[in-house]
Structure formats: structure tokens, C-alpha cells
Ligand binder design. Sequence first.
Ligand SMILES: Nc1ncnc2c1ncn2[C@@H]1O[C@H](COP(=O)(O)OP(=O)(O)OP(=O)(O)O)[C@@H](O)[C@H]1O
Length: 257
Amino acid sequence: MSTSLLDISGVGITFGGIRALSDVSLSAAANAVTAVIGPNGAGKTTLFNVISGFYPAREGSVAFDGHDLLRLSAHKRCDIGIARTFQNIALFPGMTVAENIKLGAHHQLKTGLAAAAVYLGLARREERALDRRIDTEILPLLDLEDVRDRSVSGLPYGVQKRIELARALVSQPKLLMLDEPFAGMNTAEKARMSQYISEIVRQTDLTVILIDHDMESIMTMSNHVVVLNFGRVIAAGTPAEVQSDPAVIEAYLGKEE
Ligand SMILES: Nc1ncnc2c1ncn2[C@@H]1O[C@H](COP(=O)(O)OP(=O)(O)OP(=O)(O)O)[C@@H](O)[C@H]1O
């Protein structure tokens, strides 16, 4: 049996009168891909915001790698190995690809990039080690070597999404949360992105939890799928299991009269 890295149990959250999550429990197996799907407004983003610490959940518990996550600040959650990408591209267009990726590690540098810029001894060594890791590990992993020194602006959308993935990976997270990694992509870009994610999970000990609406990508690349509807878990299992689950079919297609 696979061990889980993230265990969510009985999480609930209410905004005004809206019950966004109700008694949500799920586990993300270590070194595997768990997808959270569901119709619009089902609570997927809210769940991500609870895990990453943007929303405070007062009901339930979230255990991550031996930590009681709900007690920790969002910043501390980054420090213990949780990274996240966002639905909309949030790169700095005037900076190079390597510079953008480097920003993903800034909170880990003891000396900070500002100090590194003035070449203090420790800062310089730290920055060199980071540059080396980006060049030897991160860029090859995502086939970004050729665009290393290119400005991000003007690069194709699919490449920019890969740079975001690289920026999230540079902090060497244990858990990577991907918010709609396939949104806005064409079929070829989606296929490449799902191959990259699968390959990274295969080559490293990374655990991925993602939310998206693209069923084809999710069903081909996920090990485990959790379905939310109206803030509740209505199904969980392998892609084949959830696809044939009557509650899931009803949530997406509506009940036949
Ligand atoms: N900060 C907030 N304040 C008030 N209501 C919120 C807030 N965040 C989420 N909600 C509500 O919680 C419910 C779940 O929203 P959420 O964005 O998590 O759904 P989702 O599954 O991510 O939807 P989508 O697929 O459309 O992105 C919705 O009714 C939404 O309006």
C-alpha cells in the first residue's frame, strides 16, 4: 500500500452563508498524482487555498509529512516543502527564463537575492549553487536549456507554463500543487505538459495534487481522482472508477428525468 504525504480530514469552511467545503477528507499518496475535479463552484480552489494557507479552516485537520498544517502560516508551509502554481501565468515578462526560475528559491536563500547581488561571500556561494542546480537539474528536466537567457515575454504559452512549473520545482518541494496546469492550452501543449508532470514524478520523489477541468489529461495522467460537488467529496478512486461512478456522471451531466 502506498503511504500518503497529505491527509485531509473533515475540513469545512464557510464564507458568509456559503458552505464552500463540508467535511472534506482525502489523501494524496506520496510520489503519485492526485487530481481534484468537480463542476464550477465545487470548492476545488477553496481546498487549495486551505492547504496552502490562504484561507484559514477552523474545521477538520490537514496532516502533511508529520506536520499539523492548519497551525502553520502560509510562509511556513512553503518552508516545509509545499509549492504551488497558479491558474494565471504570473511570471516577470521582462526578466529572463533563468531569472524567473531563480525567484522560486528566494525564500530558501539564507542571504537573500538582494545580498547576493552585492557579492557577499556566503551569498555568492549560495547563488552559484542555485545557478548550478537550475542549469544541471531544472532546465534539462523541462527542456528549457535553449531559452535559458531569453526574456519570458514573447515565448509561447506552453513554454511559459513550463517555466512556472520550473519555478515551483526549484524550491525542491515535497508536495507540488498545480492549479489548472492545462488551462488555455491546445491539445499538443496539454499532452506535453502531462508528460512533463508524469516524468518529473517518475524521476523524483515529488508528490503532485492538481485541479483542472480537462478530463482527458486528468484521466490519462492521474493515479487517484477525488471528485467534489457543492463542497463535498462525492467520489474518489482510480480514473476508471470515478469515470463510471453514477454520482460523478450526475454531477457533470445532471440527473436524467
Ligand atoms: N473568498 C470567498 N468569499 C466568498 N465566497 C467564496 C470565496 N472563495 C470561494 N467562495 C465560494 O465558494 C464556492 C466554491 O468556490 P471555488 O472557487 O472553490 O470553486 P471551484 O471548484 O474552484 O470552481 P471553478 O472550477 O469555477 O474554479 C463558490 O460558491 C464560491 O463563490
